[in-house]
Every structure is written in C-alpha cells, then in structure tokens.
Design a protein around this ligand. Structure first.
Ligand SMILES: Nc1ncnc2c1ncn2[C@@H]1O[C@H](COP(=O)(O)OP(=O)(O)O)[C@@H](O)[C@H]1O
Ligand SMILES: [Mg+2]
Length: 298
C-alpha cells in the first residue's frame, strides 16, 4: 500500500472515532484538507502531513485566536468563534499530526462588493496594529532583508532585471515590521452577518510592514483580475493611516509591492497553483511601472 493510502486509512479511522464521517479529503500542498460531517453539520478540516508542518498549523491556531481577541477589544471588530476542534491526532498513543477543524459558514471576499473592500482595508489596518506577543515564531526578523532575500531567491527561477534586486538591497533599512495575517487574500476572508472569519493564518506573526496590503492588492488585481477594486482597496487603506504614515507610505510600500509581484511571476514560472490564470505580461508591466514610473494605480 502506498504512503498516501496508508495516511488516508489512518485519518478515516481517527475521524470515525471522533464521530465524523468524511465527505472529501484532498492532499493539498503541505496539508490534508477536507470536509467532514457530524450531526448533520459540515466542517472543514486541515491537518499537517508531516511532523515538520505541525508548527505552522499550531501557529495558524494561535494567531487566529490572537487576532480575534485583539480586534474585538481594540477595534470592536467581531471575528467569528473559530475552531470546533484542535490538537494532535493520536494513534496507538503516539502524537501524530496537528489537526484543526472549523464549521463552514459565511461568504468569502473572493467575489467582493465595495463594502467588502472597505472592510478588508479596516481589517488589514487593525491587524497591523496588533502588538506581537513574544511567544510568536519569527520573532527576530529583519523585514528589509526578508524582502531582499525573497527577491534574490525568486530571481534564480524568474527572469527579472537586476535593478529590482539592487533596489531591494538599497532599501533594506527602510522597511519596518508589524504584525500581519501573512496571507491576506480575498479568499481568506469570510463574512457572515456582521462577523468576519479569517482563515489560513499559518504565516501570521511579524512580517514586513504593508506585506498584507501588497499581497491583497496583487491577489485582487492579478489573480481575481479586479483592478478597480484593487485600487479602491489601496485608497481605503491609505485613508486609515496617520498623516505621518501617509508621507512615508509609498517609499515603504514600494519594495514590498515589488516583492509580491515577483512572487506572482515566480508562481507562474514554477506552476504553483496560485499562478494559474495569472497574466505574465500584466505582472511584468506592473513591475516596471512600480520601479520606473512610481505608479501602479492604472
Ligand atoms: N473554515 C472554512 N470554511 C470554508 N472553507 C474553508 C475554510 N477553511 C478553508 N477553506 C477552504 O479551503 C481552502 C484551503 O484552506 P487554507 O486554510 O487556505 O489552506 P492552505 O494553507 O493550503 O492555503 C481555502 O482557500 C478555502 O477555500
Ligand atoms: Mg490558502
């Protein structure tokens, strides 16, 4: 029996013991994800496939709980109650893989309205204001170096002009750090009534300032091909900044945005699932406009 089949059999066994029946289970990137059912309710679950990825999933759980607590207290933004279950699944008393499960509800921002965009900007700003507890992973990061290293790494696969690398290197010192969702994308935000649900927070923690903004912008513009709303998002976000932040916004945002566009090019070149349907010419044009013309809102 192959390894995948073995894992599936084990998962089905463990889920059955917990009272779930499985509707579908997929091997998805680093995780097993699926839909499971218990007492007529359908749940989403995510489970790491190797011991190495347990820490990321534990981070997903921890940061979602933190974001819920902080946003509710500081900004009165309500994040829905999350996680019906979490913890290690055990087999023969051995801790195997970390598992989280979540009751599926709400409508995602993948098909956004103007109000969704305004909400997304508010959420992103509120998340950036969170003070990162010392217990979080990636405590000691140099944000500028992260951006530079990422561009350098991706340039080994994706052909880009040397000037992008030089620009990132020159601006290492400019980039600050904030708390961030880490993969702030329209399809990771759900809303039900007035409550928000933020999913896929495995990369949450300290990140380069404006990383979430750049990511959301690119996902909306290039993956979902909604330039108009992508621009609206940036305008709404800038409106929330302090006057001091407004004056330095572009110089701090620019290298981070460049890294995110190069990230998209890299996804196309490596056949990553997020690169599917993304237009290379559009990304390249955007990249040049950002660096050489200091413009992207067109
Ligand atoms: N609570 C949830 N309710 C409904 N769908 C979900 C939920 N969590 C995840 N999904 C769906 O599964 C996909 C993959 O989950 P995600 O947490 O983003 O995993 P990954 O880290 O592999 O991207 C999401 O893009 C979304 O479509
Ligand atoms: Mg995801």
């Amino acid at each position: 029996m192959n390894k995948q089949k073995q894992i599936l059999q084990l998962i089905n066994l463990v889920l059955k013991k917990k009272g779930y029946s499985s509707l579908k289970i997929l091997f998805y990137e680093r995780y097993l994800i699926g839909e499971i059912k218990k007492e007529k309710k359908i749940y989403f679950f995510k489970m790491s496939k190797s011991q190495n990825d347990n820490s990321k999933l534990i981070n997903e759980y921890k940061s979602r709980a933190l974001i819920k607590r902080k946003l509710q207290r500081n900004n009165k933004i309500i994040i829905d109650k999350l996680f019906k279950e979490k913890g290690f699944i055990k087999y023969k008393n051995k801790r195997l893989f970390y598992f989280i499960s979540d009751y599926i509800r709400g409508r995602s921002f993948a098909n956004p309205t103007v109000n969704n965009i305004k909400d997304a900007a508010k959420l992103a700003y509120a998340i950036s204001q969170i003070k990162t507890p010392s217990s979080f992973i990636n405590k000691k990061i140099n944000a500028g170096k992260c951006i530079y290293t990422s561009i350098l790494k991706r340039s080994k696969v994706t052909k880009i002009d040397n000037s992008f690398i030089q620009y990132a290197e020159k601006n290492i010192g400019k980039i600050k750090i904030t708390f961030s969702h880490g993969d702030f994308s329209p399809w990771h935000i759900y809303k039900r009534k007035n409550n928000f649900i933020l999913i896929d927070t495995e990369h949450s923690g300290k990140n380069p300032k404006y990383y979430d903004i750049a990511n959301f912008y690119i996902r909306l513009r290039e993956n979902l091909k909604n330039k108009k709303f992508a621009n609206l998002f940036i305008q709404e976000y800038i409106n929330l900044l302090s006057s001091e932040e407004k004056t330095t916004f572009w110089s701090e945002f620019k290298p981070v945005l460049i890294e995110r566009v190069i990230g998209s090019l890299w996804e196309i070149d490596t056949n990553h699932f997020l690169g599917k349907g993304v237009n290379k010419t559009s990304c390249k044009k955007l990249l040049n406009n950002i660096l050489y013309k200091d413009q992207f809102l067109n």
